[in-house]
Design a protein around this ligand. Structure first.
Ligand SMILES: Nc1nc2c(ncn2[C@@H]2O[C@H](COP(=O)(O)OP(=O)(O)O)[C@@H](O)[C@H]2O)c(=O)[nH]1
Ligand SMILES: [Mg+2]
Length: 328
């Protein structure tokens, strides 16, 4: 593959080249991995285009797809180019991808200023997240103004998405008071903006109440250095009625501007790059454990542990010495 040529096409905004490049970063073949790594490096030299990367999370049924359709169309209506990606480690298992319901994104998927790519498949979150993160940088090099990264509210996937986003939006449904407990504190802590969706029709009063509850909960969290006075904040929207979306975008851009002006934007991206570097090292080391000598040692020494001939601690120490991860 001609990486030089492919990178030029991507920077020039060729969508097919972009799609091909994403297929390349999604491949697990060693030669493809090497080409993908080179491509991303070449692109980082060729362009310093910067998008606003928005992480979007919410449980199934909360209205993510509907929101992306409405919000995405609003953005393209402003002349902005929008890319939609996803991290969904369960997509391989459940059969249907997180972005599979394209019917809810019919207009956006046909919009020439939008690019929608379903989650790479795989049950291993680390691998899925890495491929999406690389797809984010490809879309950024391709000149997209806004990159939306969707994820479902399961396990660690929100943390991963937050680590590849400039701001993190949590979509919630109108609910009774006690359901506030259902949102894990860790998720609240990484949210920049909470959007209580479905604030329309009969649900509107409940949505307004839910929003006030979450605004209260956000105020109780520890102040973060990278937030202006009135963030994180909660607001209501209706993805279906396209209500509150302009306001939500206004808040997102205001927050991003403030962070840029105060140096937090760049600091955060630098910290994220470091996070992913460490993540790559960890993944590579873990992968080493699954190969050859290490695999054999795991099985052999593992049997000693199971049969009571060695304690877990001593056995781990022995294994690490055997494979050279600790001095013998
Ligand atoms: N009333 C109302 N229903 C909505 C709204 N947004 C989404 N829905 C409905 O909620 C259901 C789930 O929406 P969907 O976008 O597929 O949710 P996702 O699973 O989070 O992607 C669908 O029946 C939507 O029509 C909204 O703003 N108001
Ligand atoms: Mg959906």
């Amino acid at each position: 593959m001609d990486i030089e040529k492919l990178s030029d096409k991507i920077v020039a905004g060729d969508r097919r080249a972009l799609a091909r490049a994403i297929t390349l970063v999604e491949s697990s073949r060693a030669d493809h991995r090497a080409e993908a790594a080179e491509l991303i490096e070449v692109l980082s030299r060729k362009t310093d285009a910067q998008a606003i990367r928005i992480g979007l999370s919410g449980t199934p049924g909360v209205g993510k797809s509907t929101f992306i359709e409405s919000f995405g169309k609003m953005l393209t209506g402003k002349g902005l180019r929008v890319a939609v990606l996803a991290v969904d480690p369960s997509s391989a298992r459940s059969g249907g991808s997180i972005l599979g319901d394209k019917t809810r994104m019919e207009l956006l998927s046909r919009d020439p200023n939008a690019f929608i790519r379903p989650s790479p498949s795989g049950s291993h979150l680390g691998g899925v997240a890495r491929r999406t993160r690389e797809a984010v940088s490809l879309c950024e090099a391709a000149g997209f103004d806004v990159i939306l990264v969707e994820t479902v509210g399961v396990g660690q996937s929100e943390t991963m998405v937050a680590e590849m986003s400039d701001l993190f939006v949590l979509l919630l449904a109108p609910a009774g008071g006690d359901e506030l407990q259902g949102v894990k504190r860790g998720i609240m802590e990484i949210a920049d903006i909470i959007l209580v969706n479905k604030a329309d029709g009969d649900l509107k009063p409940t949505a307004i109440r839910t929003c006030a509850d979450y605004a209260g909960a956000l105020r109780l969290l520890r102040k973060r250095a990278y937030d202006p006075e009135d963030f994180p904040k909660a607001m209501t929207v209706s993805a279906l009625q396209r209500d509150g979306l302009e306001k939500a975008w206004g808040e997102m851009t205001a927050l991003t501007e403030w962070r840029r002006e105060n140096g937090h934007f760049d600091t955060r991206r630098a910290a994220q790059a470091q996070f992913w570097f460490e993540e790559e090292v960890k993944q590579a080391l873990l992968a080493q454990l699954q190969t050859g000598i290490a695999r054999d040692a795991l099985v052999r020494i593992g049997a000693d542990v199971a049969e009571g001939r060695a304690t877990p601690t001593r056995a781990a120490d022995r294994l690490l010495r055997e494979i050279g991860a600790l001095p013998r």
